[in-house]
Design a protein around this ligand. Structure first.
Ligand SMILES: Cc1cc2nc3c(=O)[nH]c(=O)nc-3n(C[C@H](O)[C@H](O)[C@H](O)COP(=O)(O)OP(=O)(O)OC[C@H]3O[C@@H](n4cnc5c(N)ncnc54)[C@H](O)[C@@H]3O)c2cc1C
Length: 348
């Protein structure tokens, strides 16, 4: 196990901003996890667990402690009743897993094609897109509990999944290192084509789209929105969507629709749990004066998607946060809604 010092973190993230880690170690097994944790403990170093770096804003000061990069790989397959179980190392690349299960004609994560990052990162914010989220197929998670240095097998219910949340980014933030995730998928299952963009893509299509066709469609739609990491596409130098879609109480929603009606506008909205409404953060951003392509300096908004703040080259974390705050303030002034950021802030 090699412990490196003063390692630049920007190249390990998709947004590519921020300073260095005082120490960084890549762990490939449980014993290396234990060793790395002991290294941090004996030196009283704060620990940060890094996956694929696709949901992070690293501060310009970097991370003063140990960054533990999870690189545990390997996938085991087995059948249980009518399900195909895939037990996957947290360090595996997420999209490669989706490609693999789709090629084996297993349904359940095809709409999550093209999301960057690691398998271990997906439960943290209950990754979701195009009408699916990982909470629907995660059967269990094997995690290292930093409270007592024990391994824990967490069942789906124990993970407390909700919209972009789980215990891993709320009540138990910083407690667990995800080592392996088990997905229960449906062999020969049908692709889920419920989401508007997908339905539009397949309108006029002959027959039901296959899993492979659905994966292909999702990746094409994502690419058109700069939401697929592509080397030549400056608009994909981001952390994905920068703000969560606000989930509003009936009263809050009524207030917002009244403000929109005053301007002869109607805000896109969807039902959420317990009479709540989820409203489009992208719409709020665009209707607050931040259109696609906003900004001319080193930081701006993607030309393809109003929710992605992009590093146009050599940006600092401070500049990213500056634009984030400007957007939050303007949206709040006009619409009375405080947008909450989706990425994780490291070292702020
Ligand atoms: C272009 C683009 C498009 C995106 N599209 C989507 C989308 O459609 N839907 C969506 O939900 N997200 C999307 N994202 C966000 C991001 O890809 C996901 O949240 C992804 O799952 C993060 O995984 P990661 O391995 O990169 O985690 P990181 O960014 O490395 O870390 C994110 C958080 O997870 C924690 N973490 C990571 N691995 C582990 C582990 N093994 N154990 C414990 N904690 C861990 C970290 O400590 C951190 O708190 C997008 C991002 C980009 C750049």
């Amino acid at each position: 196990m090699l412990i490196q010092e003063h390692v630049p973190l920007a190249p390990l993230t998709t947004l590519q901003v921020g300073g260095s880690a005082r120490y960084l170690v890549e762990v490939k097994s449980l014993s290396e996890v234990c060793e790395a944790v002991a290294f941090a403990r004996t030196r009283s170093l704060p620990l940060f667990v890094l996956g694929g770096g696709s949901n992070l804003v690293v501060s310009d000061a970097g991370w003063p402690g140990l960054v533990l990069k999870v690189s545990i790989v390997g996938t085991e397959e087995r059948s249980e009743k009518d399900k195909a179980l895939f037990e996957v190392g947290a360090g595996e690349d997420w999209d490669k897993l989706v490609a693999r299960v789709v090629a084996q004609n297993c349904a359940g994560i095809e709409c999550l094609s093209g999301i960057p990052g690691s398998v271990g990162g997906t439960p943290v914010q209950n990754v979701g897109a195009y009408g699916q989220e990982v909470a629907e197929t995660i059967q269990s998670i094997l995690a290292f509990d930093l409270r007592d240095n024990q391994m824990r097998e967490l069942c789906n219910e124990a993970c407390g999944f909700n919209y972009r949340t789980s215990i891993f980014n709320t009540s138990e933030r910083g407690r667990y290192i995800v080592l392996r995730v088990t997905f229960a998928l449906t062999p020969e299952g049908e692709a889920r084509v419920h989401y508007t963009d997908l339905k539009r893509y397949f309108s006029g299509w002959q027959g039901v789209p296959t899993l492979a066709e659905t994966r292909d469609a999702v990746r094409k739609i994502r690419a058109s929105k700069g939401m697929l990491i592509s080397p030549g596409d400056d608009d994909s130098r981001s952390a994905g969507s920068f703000f969560k879609n606000p989930v509003l109480s009936p009263e809050q929603y009524q207030g917002l629709s009244d403000r929109a009606a005053d301007r002869r506008l109607r805000i896109p909205n969807y039902p959420a749990l317990e009479m709540q409404r989820k409203v489009s953060a992208a719409w709020l951003v665009e209707h607050s004066g931040f259109s696609k392509g906003f900004g001319s300096g080193r930081v701006g908004i993607s030309r393809k998607h109003a929710l992605a703040i992009v590093n146009r080259g050599e940006a600092t974390a401070a500049e990213i946060v500056g634009l984030q705050e400007q957007i939050q303030q303007r949206v709040e002034d006009i619409w009375g809604i405080r947008l909450m950021p989706e990425p994780v802030f490291v070292g702020f």
